[in-house]
Write a protein that binds this ligand. Structure first.
Ligand code: ADP
Ligand code: ADP
Ligand code: ZN
Ligand code: ZN
Length: 751
């Protein structure tokens, strides 16, 4: 192969999903941005072709023995893929990890901070493990390093002024005449008519805290062994010592009012042993530093004046600076990673890679601008450039015009979605894109229009003196019957205000977010929207058979895969591997069921239709209405049977929107609904929001997209900055007003 060709990743004849024999060259050690309408095929090129092949090649490097344990990745459908280097995907999947995973642990900053304390902290307490809440030596023995403890709210659990017969036990399951209540009485230990306040200390101890013991009881003349246990003891064992989050949502709701969560009484939330907390640098201990915002912490660390500490201080400030650079200076090291948003998670992962020493890696980003205010997009751009300048190839799927601007090379995929897409409509630099006659080129040039005929609100919903997280006594009115956009820089408090404070007051609001909706592996757009029920009925009546046959979780299902169309093979240590079912070849149904037709199509063929094709095929009013709703939210290209688990966050959000479109008089809350949407699709989304408002609903949207902000009836701008420098409402008013508001950063960008 010639030297010049080594400078490119070369793809020939790619045909994954909707790709139409795509061939292209991606320059190495440059930033290449893939753009185009949703469903045009960007992910099919970047993830299903490039990333999959890179992973497959990586697996081939292992010995035959190791390979037998690795997923057997099928070769992507392409004629050739050449010159790939190792690919690292930096996506928006949330960083899980429970309470033991924090910003500090995930970025590897905490271990360095511990090292610092073990070297220069006073008084000297020993080794580095003493400062780790994940280490038995360092963790607070009271809460095992979790920092919180749960307890039963006694005043809600028992009423001391009542007797058992009067219902003194108020915990769930103990109402008068219930099974548990009967067991207490049958045990013979308690006087059912005595008020609890009259119990002796011993009796009360027995009623509330007795350990489990077997008691012989008489049931319909038969002696039976029954376990009896103190009521608080039992509740504690069942709901406090075990993670209540593993119980059903209903159970969680029932028991929640009886449990309070507070900081651990021993370490007060610091998670560490008393010895570790006694060790200080410039009067502060490690827990106090971990709860400082990164922007402040970096200043504190720089002031440490100790020759022993110089190399440690250098490496700490370097890493902290990366967090500041990417706009995460408002976060603290002790922040639990599972409370970070998708955009924040992606940026944290990015920082991890910046500190690493890998070169000649292909980094793949999926819409890294998510959650970033226009003010902070330049920081993202700088980080992408840094990664490139270290000698890496950077591939980005992105819709934000301000990110597209920094690309060395742009690939525009289109012209439309699904079967109308799958081709490359433009390749080249930014100036060329502006001149190109493609949807992206056209929309990039369109100037923003400010909305002037804003609707008048029908009333208001008030938030009073909110102080959660960084909110500084926020009181604000949210108008009803209009479209309100809540905006502001990342970390200013938008989610805290709307998703937490507001939604706690209005739990009946319809929340349309980006969380996954895969209720089961069998869920797909048809089952989720209810179309499947109508389709089953139509097949049943056309063929005069039972509709149960057409459900792929009942008797019509392929027996080999139980209607999944795929079989899962579990592997030790690795994610399980999914292979197409050999018996039904992925069609999910038994041969005999596939023989039944509706207007010439089998049930499997119907499930393979895209929304657009199904709209042509069906005439049933209910089905058409539901399909139209999906089409309206820009999901024309999705097939009815595509597993919900393969949908992106943005697509999940839009499918939820589609199935909630017909409600009236409700409050809708949406969190960055433009995620994954191309500029040309944003107009449709706005139409839908406007339709919801015109039907009498209140729509509240958290958004950074300038086009959506410019079309709001009312804007609430949070700021002025992130974290402790935010938490205020800096502007309330219309789009025409915000561009004159000096204190509003958003207004400046809208201008
Ligand atoms: P984009 O990334 O541009 O939004 P995609 O590459 O995800 O587009 O999708 C291109 C087309 O391929 C769409 O019609 C989409 O529905 C289809 N597609 C994507 N992933 C799958 C899949 N796992 N199974 C079936 N169809 C898919
Ligand atoms: P925005 O939505 O504007 O990006 P957030 O409401 O997410 O801002 O964050 C506002 C502030 O509250 C930030 O300082 C953030 O770190 C903090 N915060 C948000 N969620 C949590 C949480 N679960 N625990 C602790 N602090 C949080
Ligand atoms: Zn503790
Ligand atoms: Zn099967």
């Amino acid at each position: 192969m010639s030297g010049a060709n080594q400078e490119y990743i070369i793809i020939s004849g790619a045909r994954e999903n909707n790709l139409k024999n795509v061939s292209l060259r991606i320059p190495k050690r440059k930033i290449t941005i893939f753009t185009g309408v949703s469903g045009s095929g960007k992910s099919s090129i970047v993830f299903d072709t490039i990333a999959t092949e890179s992973q497959r090649l990586l697996n081939e490097n292992f010995s035959t023995f190791v390979r037998t344990f690795l997923p057997r990745l099928p070769q992507p459908d392409a004629d050739a893929i050449e010159n790939l280097s190792m690919a690292v995907i930096v996506d928006q999947k949330r960083l899980g990890g429970g309470s033991h995973s924090t910003m500090g642990t995930i970025t590897d900053i905490s271990p360095i901070l511990r090292l610092l304390f073990s070297r220069v902290g006073q008084p000297y307490v020993g080794g580095v493990n003493m400062f780790s809440f994940n280490d038995p030596q360092g963790m607070c023995p009271e809460c095992n390093g979790i920092g919180r403890s749960l307890c039963v709210i006694m005043s809600k659990a028992v009423d001391m002024s009542k007797s058992l017969n009067e219902g003194a036990i108020m915990l769930p399951g103990y109402s008068v005449d219930s099974w548990e209540w009967n067991m207490l009485l049958q045990s013979g230990d308690f006087d059912p008519d005595k008020k609890l306040s009259d119990y002796s200390a011993g009796e009360l101890e027995q009623l509330l805290y007795a350990k489990a013991r077997k008691v012989k009881m008489d049931f319909a003349g038969k002696a039976t062994n029954i376990t009896v246990e103190g009521v608080i003891e039992k509740f504690t064992n069942k709901y406090i010592k075990q993670d209540v989050k593993t119980k059903s949502e209903r159970t969680q709701k029932t028991v929640a009012p009886f449990i309070s969560e507070g900081p651990c009484s021993s370490c007060h939330g610091a998670r560490l042993s008393q010895a570790a907390l006694g060790c200080r640098i410039n009067e502060l201990n490690i827990a106090e530093l971990s709860s400082m915002e990164v922007g402040q912490l970096i200043r504190f660390i720089r002031e440490i004046d100790d020759s022993v500490a110089v190399p440690i201080v250098k490496s700490l400030t370097e890493r902290l600076q990366h967090l500041v650079d990417i706009g995460l200076d408002y976060l603290t090291l002790d922040r639990e990673t599972d409370t970070l948003s998708g955009g924040e998670s992606q940026r944290v992962k990015m920082v991890k890679h910046l500190s690493g020493s890998l070169v000649d890696v292909t980094y793949i980003f999926d819409e890294p601008s998510v959650g970033l205010h226009p003010r902070d997009v330049h920081r993202l751009n700088e980080l992408l450039q840094k990664l490139r300048d270290k000698g890496n190839t950077v591939i980005v799927v992105e819709h934000d015009p301000d990110v597209i601007k920094v690309a060395d090379h742009i690939v525009d995929v289109g012209p439309h979605a699904g079967s109308h897409g799958g081709s490359i409509v433009y390749e080249g630099n930014y100036e060329g894109l502006l001149k190109a006659n493609t949807l992206t080129g056209t929309y990039m040039k369109q100037p923003l229009q400010l909305k002037h005929d804003c609707r008048q609100p029908s009333g208001k919903l008030s938030i009073k003196d909110a102080t959660l997280h960084n909110l500084r006594n926020v009181s604000v009115d949210i108008p009803t019957g209009v479209l309100t956009v809540v905006t502001g820089v990342a970390g200013s408090g938008k989610s805290t205000l709307i998703n937490e404070v507001f939604l706690r007051q209005h739990p009946d609001a319809i929340v349309i977010d980006q969380s996954a909706i895969g209720v089961s592996t069998r869920s797909n757009p048809a089952t989720y929207t209810g179309i499947m029920d109508d389709v089953r009925k139509a097949f049943a009546s056309a063929n005069k058979v039972d509709q149960g046959l057409f459900s792929f979780n009942s008797k019509g299902a392929c027996e080999n895969c139980q209607g999944l169309g795929v079989v899962y093979i579990d592997l030790a240590y690795l994610d399980s591997v999914k292979l197409p079912c050999e018996v039904c070849e992925g069609r999910r149904y038994k041969e005999e069921v596939l023989a039944y037709k509706l207007n010439g199509k089998s049930i499997a063929e119907v499930l393979e239709m895209t929304v657009e094709q199904a709209l042509d095929f069906f005439e049933l009013k209910e089905v058409v209405r539901k399909l139209q709703a999906m089409s309206d939210v820009g999901l024309n290209y999705i097939t009815l049977g595509q597993p919900l688990s393969t949908l992106s966050g943005g697509e999940c959000q839009r499918i939820k929107l589609a199935s909630e479109l017909h409600k009236k008089g409700s409050i809708y809350v949406m969190d960055e609904p433009t995620t994954g949407l191309h500029m040309s699709d944003i107009g449709h989304l706005l139409e839908i929001m406007n339709r919801l408002v015109d039907a009498g609903n209140t729509v509240i949207v958290i958004e950074h997209n300038l086009e959506v902000i410019s079309q709001a009836d009312w804007i609430i701008d949070m700021g002025p900055d992130g974290g402790s420098k935010g938490g205020l409402v800096v502007f309330e008013g219309t789009p025409a007003q915000i561009i004159h508001a000096e204190q509003s950063i958003t207004g400046r960008y809208l201008k």
